[in-house]
Design a protein around this ligand. Structure first.
Ligand SMILES: Cc1cc2nc3c(=O)[nH]c(=O)nc-3n(C[C@H](O)[C@H](O)[C@H](O)COP(=O)(O)OP(=O)(O)OC[C@H]3O[C@@H](n4cnc5c(N)ncnc54)[C@H](O)[C@@H]3O)c2cc1C
Length: 571
């Protein structure tokens, strides 16, 4: 094993290793520690301690040298991450900068990352919807990817489990296409959103409009207070880290909970290089790590390993885990590792105005939007594209001095500064994309990172199906807003590259069969069952929902299975 010193070997040996401390890794840590397993969480980035390490959380705009804006020079140095709406002077310390961790774009791909304890759980927009039975049945019904080895009913209890702990607000809408969860009280639509809701639902019998569901504590329960979290204050400054713990992050929720068991060892600055496969034991026995600060290689050992480095980095780690048995990457007998990457199509958006309601306003900055679950091809194929899209819209009064056409100076400007201005409406799509073999990632032969690990080469693109789905959304969205009495309706195709949706999935897909998939129904590698992959890499298809709630539920389910299987001596 290379360890002559048995003390060091013992010190580096755990029951379980979790790679990554973001949304899915945090859940793996919580469940495995809760089941009594001594668990090591390896995180490549620095430590970020809840409350202590949120330096901008309580700053006001004038506390920032550029009032929260990213200066031009920083934008020019960071053309990729700069495109993310949440990258600001207040949050930039939680984002990977372009030059820090380069990758190879065979085709344009905006890879947005957060390398620190908590990962992207600090930065996410917290929108959370369950998948429906239609989403799990999709690939088999429509003949793409492979059949999911699980169905909605397999995951439903785990959705409830993670919802109760994380705290998800939402209304009980009773929809087949977006099953209800175990909800905290919902946020409210404002008057214009309600009017649009009523008019859309009156005009289209197949379309539902609901208030968004999100991971915010609208009314904390005992379990949330026990986590030290409090009620969301509707500040919408979330990506700075929340001093109230008002939204779910690994840092405020799962990681401290795991630590309380006494079973957690969290090791920041630990870049996982590869998983160690023992040819004699025919299983994975540990993980090779490079210390990010000293460049020293270290090995850690455990009986089970959870891979939660976020979809594309989990692919990278598995591709880089080569051995005599697995020369092409761990578990990769069928050559499909890294293939069938998918994402969500965010290209379409629509802006409009709405007259009236000048006597109405709203309270605070609500951390969610109005949602329309997918209404395309739900029960059968009806359009010239496969699958569908979710629609989000908001109405607000963004005025406060910005709606004047005059100079931003003088009496007129001062007057308008005290007015909320007319109502604007913004609508956008979140489209399902079809996983394809031609959308893949692989290791670069020529480029390495500063720890000697091959860089990732990303080759992912839109296809005709995405173009047709986008076109349909722009037509349908504009028509719905028109029927809802909106004016000045303008459709837009951002043409943004894949990746900026930050919902990339796949490459290590689940399936029934080791010939056509990498993972079984419990997220174990078919060919190396003590390795579990439960982040986005495991996804067989994308659905139209925001993905992270499903990652949480899959992770909790797999971790409980793994801990029980270990106790039964099966792993
Ligand atoms: C601005 C923004 C808005 C978003 N909005 C939403 C939303 O509304 N709803 C939603 O569902 N999702 C949203 N997402 C996506 C969501 O953040 C991700 O789906 C989620 O964080 C994925 O969880 P994860 O555990 O797979 O990865 P992460 O949370 O990214 O965690 C992965 C961790 O692994 C670490 N890591 C990577 N490689 C290694 C390695 N080699 N060794 C050790 N550690 C490693 C990383 O540093 C990171 O900490 C958003 C993301 C962003 C950035």
């Amino acid at each position: 094993m290379g360890y002559v010193n048995s003390n060091e070997f013992a010190a580096n040996t755990f029951d379980a290793i979790v790679i990554g401390s973001g949304i899915s890794g945090g859940w793996a840590a919580k469940e495995l520690c809760g089941k009594g397993l001594k668990t090591l969480v390896l995180e490549r980035g620095r430590d970020v301690v809840h409350l202590k390490d949120y330096p901008t959380a309580t700053k006001t705009p004038w506390d920032f040298p550029h009032r929260g804006q990213i200066p031009l020079s920083v934008k020019q140095q960071n053309p990729i991450v700069e495109r993310c709406y949440a990258f600001s002077e207040a949050s930039e310390h939680f984002f990977v900068k372009d030059k820090e961790h380069p990758y190879v774009q065979d085709k344009p791909f905006d890879w947005i990352r957060g390398y620190q304890v908590g990962g992207k759980s600090l930065l996410w927009a917290r929108q959370t919807q369950r998948w429906s039975k239609f989403d799990f049945e999709g690939p088999a019904r429509d003949g793409f990817a492979v059949d999911w080895p699980i169905r909605y009913d397999d995951l439903a209890p785990w959705y409830a489990y993670v919802e109760q702990f994380a705290g998800i607000s939402g209304n009980h809408d009773g929809l087949e296409t977006l099953p209800d969860g175990d909800f905290l009280p919902p946020w409210e639509m404002n008057v214009v959103e309600k009017e649009i809701q009523q008019r859309i639902m009156a005009n289209y019998k197949d379309r539902n409009v609901i208030i968004g569901r999100c991971a915010h504590l609208t009314q904390p329960k005992a379990i949330h207070l026990q986590q030290g979290r409090g009620q969301c204050q509707a500040r919408s400054l979330c990506e700075r880290g929340c001093p109230f713990g008002g939204y779910f992050s690994s840092n405020s929720s799962t990681l401290p909970w795991a630590a309380k068991t006494g079973n957690l060892t969290l090791r920041p600055d630990a870049v996982v290089h590869s998983i160690i496969y023992d040819e004699k034991k025919q299983k994975a026995v540990g993980v090779k790590v490079i210390d990010a600060l000293t460049n020293k290689a270290i090995e850690y050992f455990a009986k089970i390993i959870f891979v939660n480095a976020a979809a594309l980095n989990s692919n990278l780690i598995l591709l880089n885990s080569t051995s005599n048995r697995f020369p092409n990457g761990l578990g990769n007998d069928n050559g499909l590792l890294g293939k069938y990457i998918a994402f969500q199509n965010y290209r379409g958006s629509i802006t409009a105005g709405k007259d009236g309601h000048m006597d109405s306003y709203y309270y605070g900055r609500r951390p969610t939007t109005v949602m329309m679950p997918n209404f395309r091809n739900v029960h059968k194929q009806e359009t010239d594209f496969l699958r569908g899209y979710m629609v989000f819209y908001t109405a607000n009064r963004p005025g406060w001095g910005h709606f004047t056409n005059g100079d931003p100076i003088g009496a007129n400007y001062k007057d308008t500064m005290s007015e909320a201005g007319p109502w604007d409406v913004y609508m956008m799509m979140q489209g399902e994309t079809i996983p394809k073999e031609s959308n893949f990632v692989q290791l670069s032969n020529d480029h390495k990172d500063k720890w000697g690990i091959p860089q990732l080469r990303i080759s992912v693109d839109y296809d005709d199906n995405d173009e047709r789905s986008l076109k349909d959304f722009l037509v349908q969205g504009a028509e719905m807003l028109d029927k809802a009495g909106c004016k000045n309706i303008v459709t837009n195709d951002s043409k943004q590259a894949p990746g900026l949706d930050i919902h990339e999935v796949g490459g290590v897909r689940m399936g029934h069969d080791a010939k056509t998939s990498l993972l079984n129904k419990w997220n174990q590698l078919h060919n190396c069952p003590n390795v579990f992959v439960t982040d986005g890499a495991c996804m067989t298809s994308t659905g139209t929902q925001n993905p992270s709630l499903t990652f949480m539920a899959l992770t909790a389910r797999a971790a409980n299975y793994a801990a029980d299987a270990l106790k039964r001596g099966e792993l």
